[in-house]
Design a binder for this molecule. Structure first.
Ligand SMILES: Cc1cc2nc3c(=O)[nH]c(=O)nc-3n(C[C@H](O)[C@H](O)[C@H](O)COP(=O)(O)OP(=O)(O)OC[C@H]3O[C@@H](n4cnc5c(N)ncnc54)[C@H](O)[C@@H]3O)c2cc1C
Length: 411
């Protein structure tokens, strides 16, 4: 069987490539290793699918080869507005913008996106072959021979690798696409899990497992010139785990880990108050709670266990100390601990739990006018397999749709 365009990977980017190419009259087949397509999309946004972000721009994307990747043209070819228009006008999904520009289907179900894309692709005549795990591709004179794990073969004129990264491998993206690319002489950058829970130095989180707090977190790190800089600040829910920190604020800010060295977070446990306001509040508590011990000092202010931990971190070792013995200087130290609690990030929690893979096929090996391989004629890439990743909040799916659309149009 000889086909014009074979897309390896029935994920978000593979579908947009296929749909766009098919609308341009191309013969397209999608090969998917799992028994169903779009398995990852089904789990996105906690099952609600944060399909794009209205604020998406080049500022939200990063790479390992270069921190800022030259992808403006690709992003502009299919903006988040275009994605919403596509889903509304062609797939029949009503898009609903929520906080911070995040867009979800109005149904609140990722399954709507999966079904919509699947039915639309079928209606266009795109063939989808599931349970086809591509383990080898051979380049013949004018064609590619695509070989599955169980030795089935398909001949294709053009091949698209839309195989994703290597995070959440049970959903299909097991990193095999990188091996296929390597077999054609491509290299792969360092791969780092991102949008993921983070591991922190043990002594700074000891005993805090399970504690949740609303917090503002500021990331600091060293850039490529070795300069220590303040990177960004996010607020949201922070959750302490036995190995580090999690929660939506961590997912949002974790994008900094792959591109900066010696990352440290400064946590503000009371972002609604300034340092001076907290100082006055705590001084007042010294009077109100004068008959109690430090064990009670944070009662009703922050989580009790967290309060006791922060008290000790501020240098007040004995919780049996009477509150009325607190000096102004000690209160100042407590304020600093509350507003500027610093922890070093030592690692991520790995690919299994990461939403996205940072790194991939370097963009220097790809023609950015058409996402064509510079190494092999008629080989193309789309989606997360490329060295582009976005912040949390709909930006990664937007990259998958955009790169898929851009490639599909140019195939
Ligand atoms: C739990 C979770 C939640 C997420 N939530 C969001 C969110 O709300 N918003 C957002 O923007 N992003 C989110 N993401 C990230 C987003 O889903 C991905 O960035 C996006 O799906 C990448 O699309 P892709 O097409 O490049 O790769 P994938 O969607 O991973 O698709 C790749 C496909 O290729 C197939 N494949 C791989 N190798 C082979 C092979 N050798 N042969 C045949 N088939 C193969 C895989 O089975 C898979 O179906 C989330 C990710 C996860 C894991």
């Amino acid at each position: 069987m000889k086909r014009e365009i074979v897309i390896i990977g029935g994920g978000a980017s593979g579908f947009l490539t296929a749909i766009t190419a098919r609308k341009n009259g191309r013969d397209v087949v999608i090969l998917e290793r799992k028994d169903r397509v779009l398995k990852k999309v089904l789990t996105t946004g906690n099952g609600r699918c944060n399909l794009t972000n209205v604020n998406a721009s080049n500022q939200n994307y990063f790479g390992i080869e270069k921190t800022k990747q030259p992808i403006e043209k690709i992003l502009e070819s299919f903006t988040s507005q275009d994605a919403m228009k596509f889903f509304e006008d062609e797939v029949g999904i009503i898009c609903n913008e929520e906080n911070r520009g995040k867009v979800y289907p109005l149904s609140g179900q990722a399954a709507s996106i999966v079904d919509g894309l699947r039915f639309y692709a079928q209606s266009l005549g795109i063939e989808i072959i599931t349970d086809f795990y591509v383990t080898k591709i051979e380049k013949e004179m004018f064609n590619f021979k695509i070989i599955s794990e169980d030795k089935r073969q398909i001949i294709a004129k053009k091949v698209v690798l839309a195989t994703g990264g290597k995070s959440y491998p049970e959903l299909g993206s097991n990193g095999s696409g990188y091996e296929l690319a390597k077999s054609f002489g491509h290299t792969v950058t360092k791969l780092i899990p991102v949008i993921v829970q983070l591991k922190a130095e043990k002594e700074k989180i000891k005993g805090l497992k399970g504690i949740k707090s609303d917090a503002e977190v500021t990331a600091f790190g060293e850039n490529k010139n070795g300069e220590k800089i303040k990177i960004c600040t996010y607020d949201g829910e922070l959750l302490f785990t036995d190995f580090g920190i999690s929660g939506n604020v961590v997912f949002n800010i974790s994008y900094v880990f792959p591109i900066y060295k010696n990352v440290e977070f400064e946590i503000d446990f009371m972002p609604k108050f300034t340092y001076n306001e907290i100082f006055e509040i705590l001084k007042k508590r010294r009077t109100i709670l004068k008959d109690f011990t430090m064990e009670q000092f944070f009662n009703g202010v922050v989580n009790k266990k967290l309060g006791q931990f922060l008290t000790k971190s501020a240098g007040i070792e004995k919780l049996s100390k009477s509150i009325n013995e607190l000096t102004d200087n000690e209160i100042r130290k407590i304020c600093t601990t509350l507003k500027k609690y610093r922890i070093k990030i030592i690692d991520t929690n790995g690919f299994k739990a990461a939403q996205v893979t940072a790194g991939g096929i370097p963009l220097s090996e790809v023609n950015l006018e058409n996402l064509k391989s510079k190494k092999v004629k008629n080989l193309y890439f789309a989606g997360e397999i490329l060295d582009v990743y976005g912040e949390c909040g709909g930006f990664n799916l937007q990259w998958a749709w955009t790169s898929g659309y851009f490639l599909g149009k140019n195939l």
